[in-house]
Design a binder for this molecule. Structure first.
Ligand SMILES: [Zn+2]
Length: 318
């Protein structure tokens, strides 16, 4: 393996691919909209297109591709388990099909684990051996690092913080349960809650918008729109309850929060801290540094590249 890899990240909104070197620099990065009705074939076609563009523009020929997927995977076997937001990918043998199509060695990673490793390598949790990375995107992803190593579990499901149940009778979740963290603190949930609550806030500017996303709601909230303030406060309450539990269980040194809905930081952070203070043991709660992710949407790509370099022995330690 050379000291460059192709690293990709399949998000609910965008599919990104980049040529990354062993210093974590993105030499060239491309992205395309994630197809609405996604299946393995469409991913393979799209990754093939983006990979060709990366190879042509950089004049390089990376020999391996590491691809971050939003769901539990078996990192060694490259097997995909149930992906609540992309059910068509289950058991799709994406590794072998991508390898064949692109004539390249392929490994898969869980996207939140990759983001956690990226933030630890070059981002907000650099220098911390034990950290949790929570991504508030289309869903809520979670990556856990203990003593510098990703915690995966024998089934690859470790770190699925988004599917901690917080309201047993709450909204149905894609995983089959109800009231998971993902149903309250993801970008998708923030939009849903705004729609559910808007009847109670007739003066809200949301009524003037035909379509809105969590960033739009944050902008309104920043200017005092009471509905938007309340929606982010609720997202913060649920996030805080889940994190208090994580702090009690894992005693992490750092918690990194990223993803599109983390844009709303100023509107949810107080409610989140208040729940943590109320519910977690004092010492681990005081120790856990809660910081915003600093690599933005590149965290998954950077971390996936790191794990590929580490696996091949090019990098030994973060
Ligand atoms: Zn769930």
């Amino acid at each position: 393996m050379d000291d460059i890899v192709l690293a990709g990240d399949l998000g609910g909104t965008n599919l990104r691919l980049a040529v990354v070197n062993s210093a974590g620099k993105l030499i060239h990065r491309v992205e395309a909209e994630t197809p609405r009705h996604i299946n393995a074939l469409r991913i393979i076609e799209l990754v093939g297109c983006l990979a060709a563009e990366c190879r042509t523009i950089t004049g390089t020929d990376p020999k391996s591709l590491v691809f971050a997927i939003p769901g539990p995977i078996h990192a060694e076997k490259g097997e995909i388990f149930n992906v609540p937001n992309l059910p068509e990918l289950k058991g799709s043998d994406l590794v072998n099909r991508l390898a064949e199509e692109l004539d390249i060695a392929v490994m898969l990673e869980n996207d939140a684990t990759a983001a956690a490793m990226g933030e630890r390598w070059l981002g907000a949790s650099k220098g911390f051996d034990s950290s949790i990375c929570v991504t508030l995107g289309t869903g809520v992803g979670g990556g856990i690092i203990i003593d510098g190593k990703p915690l995966r579990g024998p089934d690859g499901t470790a770190g699925e913080i988004g599917h901690i149940c917080l309201e047993p009778l709450g909204p149905k979740c894609g995983c089959g349960s109800n009231g998971c963290l993902e149903q309250f603190s993801s970008a998708t949930a923030i939009v849903r809650m705004a729609n559910e609550l808007k009847g109670e806030y007739p003066e809200s500017k949301v009524h003037c918008m035909t379509d809105f996303d969590s960033v739009g709601l944050f902008q309104l909230g920043k200017h005092g729109d009471a509905l938007c303030v309340e929606v982010f406060r609720r997202a913060g309450v649920y996030l805080g309850i889940a994190l208090a539990g994580m702090i009690n269980v894992l005693n992490p040194e750092a918690i990194v929060i990223g993803g599109g809905a983390a844009e709303g930081w100023d509107l949810f952070i107080d409610a989140m801290h208040s729940e943590i203070r109320k519910r977690a043991f004092r010492e681990p709660a005081e120790r856990a540094r809660i910081v915003r992710a600093s690599l933005g949407s590149d965290a998954g790509i950077v971390g996936a590249a790191f794990l590929a370099f580490q696996k091949s022995g090019i990098i030994s330690e973060a």
